[in-house]
Each structure stands twice: as C-alpha cells, then as structure tokens.
Design a protein around this ligand. Structure first.
Ligand code: SF4
Length: 196
C-alpha cells in the first residue's frame, strides 16, 4: 500500500461521503489523529452530541472514559499523543433501541490506511463490541463480557473495554471485577503508552 501524506489522508476522510445515502443527518466524519500518537482509542460511531460539535467523546460517555483512563480533557484531546478513531466516522442516526450500528463501509475503507499512517501506537483501546469485532475478528469471545474479562490475552497491543455510556450502569454493577481488575491495568498501560 502506497504511503500518503498524513494531512492529505485526514482531509480525504473529512470530505468522505461514501455512505451519505444511509446517514439521516448527513456525513460529518469525526476523527482525531497525528503521526506521532502513541495511544489509539477505537470506539463505535459518533452519537448525536458528537455529531453536532464535531468533537469526539464530547458527551457523558467521554467523561466516564476519561475518568477510567485518568486523563484530563487537555491530554485526551492532544492529537500529538492520542488518536481517536471510531469504527465508523459519522453519526448513523437513531434506531428503535439507541443509536444505529456504525456504517459497515467505513472501517474497511479507512482503517487500514490510517493504521499504516500511525506507526508509533503502543496501545489500542477497543471500546465496545463493534470495535472489538472489527479489530480482533475471530479472537473475540462470544460476548463482550467474556472478551473484556479475557483482556490479558490481547495485551500488550489491545485492551478491550465495555462502552462507558451511562446506559451501561447495569453492566458495571453486574461485573464489579471490571473496576477492581481492569481499571488499574488500563490506567497503568495508558500512562505507559503516553510516556513512550
Ligand atoms: S461513515 Fe465513513 S464511509 Fe460513511 S460517509 Fe462517514 S466517513 Fe465516509
């Protein structure tokens, strides 16, 4: 695959309209990255508020994710260190039970080129089932809970996480091992990746 300039790649992504016909609110690709980034966060797709502001994780889910990572907004939004790449870059709209899944065209189209352009990534956080399925493929366990519980299998490159949406309160309550076992490792590995 031929390497292209990073700013050009980002401009191509931000101008993308490939699945416009399926996006009820229109394309607005949201991505944060630079060639120097050492921590990569792959989420699912922007929600309504992120679509409106153009700022990734600029919502209660993002507040919780930053708390999990023990990162201030300043560090989280510093593209020199943190790359934020959803499974699909545009808001897919609402379905009967919450947001629709990420558009399936997006990750196969853009992720390989972006990953090739991010040579210094030390740790990739896979937030939610869609990100885990795309990045881990057959290495995913049958459920998100099992994949997150097996997080040590995917280190040092990947760390799977549940989605930090406030809707997932019942999951955290049902799985107290996440806070006790995963969060300390998550914080330690995040700090190490950013110090690289
Ligand atoms: S979701 Fe992805 S493929 Fe679809 S228009 Fe947005 S950037 Fe392009």
């Amino acid at each position: 695959m031929k390497k292209q300039s990073f700013p050009l790649l980002l401009s191509e992504i931000r101008a993308c309209q490939v699945c416009e016909a399926h996006l009820p609110h229109g394309p607005r690709p949201v991505v944060q990255a630079s060639e120097q980034a050492t921590l990569l966060i792959i989420g699912q797709a922007p929600g309504r508020r992120v679509h409106e502001t153009g700022i990734p994780w600029n919502d209660p889910s993002g507040d919780r994710l930053r708390e999990w990572l023990n990162l201030s907004r300043d560090v989280f939004y510093d593209e020199r260190h943190v790359a934020i790449i959803p499974t699909a870059f545009c808001y897919p709209g609402k379905g009967k039970s919450g947001d629709l899944p990420p558009r399936p065209e997006c990750a196969p189209l853009w992720h390989p080129r972006l990953m090739q352009a991010l040579p210094d990534i030390r740790l990739t956080l896979l937030v939610g089932r869609y990100a885990q399925e795309f990045a881990l493929g057959e290495r995913c366990k049958p459920t998100l809970t099992e994949t997150v519980a097996a997080f040590r299998e995917y280190l040092p490159h990947y760390l799977p996480l549940p989605h930090p949406s406030p809707r997932n309160q019942s999951w955290w309550k049902a799985n107290p091992w996440f806070e006790a076992q995963v969060l300390p490792v998550l914080r330690e590995r995040t700090a190490a990746a950013l110090a690289a």
